[in-house]
Design a protein. Sequence first.
Length: 282
Amino acid sequence: MLPFKKILFPVDFSDPCTAIVPYVFAMQKHCNAQLALVHAYGPEALAFSALPITDPRLPDETRALQEEHMANYAAKHFPGVPVELYTGVGEPASVIEDVVKREGADLVMLPTHGRGVLRRMLLGSVTTKILHDLTVPVWTGHATQDLKVPYRNVLCALDSSDEAEAVLRAACSLATSYDAKLSIVCVLEMPPPTMEVAYGPYKSDFIDMINERLRELKAKTGISAPHVIAEGLVPDAIREEALKQKADLIVTGRGQELGIFSRAWSHLYPIIRHAPCPVLSL
């Protein structure tokens, strides 16, 4: 996974977007990566942009205006960094996806919009679509999180699918590159209260199964990071473990809902909404 060779940063000129600039700058420097900025404009993008288009000028003139705004933004926030600039007409997520496919990128970094309770209720529609449609890693963070770079504590949230190995290897690679502490959490999601009586006698069996799987996974990968089996709702349990570990970054996957326990990847959106730190989803 590392180092990332090209980072794509979608820019809508909003405060949440600008708030994660230090993270983007730090990742670019850490990986010595090519940095590219993309901005969508036009009627379909108006609802998402903090930069209003008030004048229906000729397409070429409008594009030149947007490119000028982009160049100024790049010069202000990424001084001294060579930056590729892309603009496109249309809905932002579609423009971003087109740039990834056409120009290439192996990491997309974008903010989650909203604050406090609102952020925990929803993700921005652009973020949601990007997480769903793209196959490249996506970093998400928000303005209310304390800036913590370089990363010192990385929490890897695993589920029970076969993709867990790739996620663990990636998290280890990232933590090693930052000389950061790596820890692992796997969540045993508790059943509804109506099922708790029937489930109770088998709880220890499930915990033993998870422990054995994690031991085998760590032996196979040669990764000796400590692991914790948390209980409860997946997003809440991961949040609590991240706070306990003082995690600067959560690394998880974007797979399908597989397995019978700790289906972290099927809970990606609420994990991101509840996270006390940025999330890198693979």
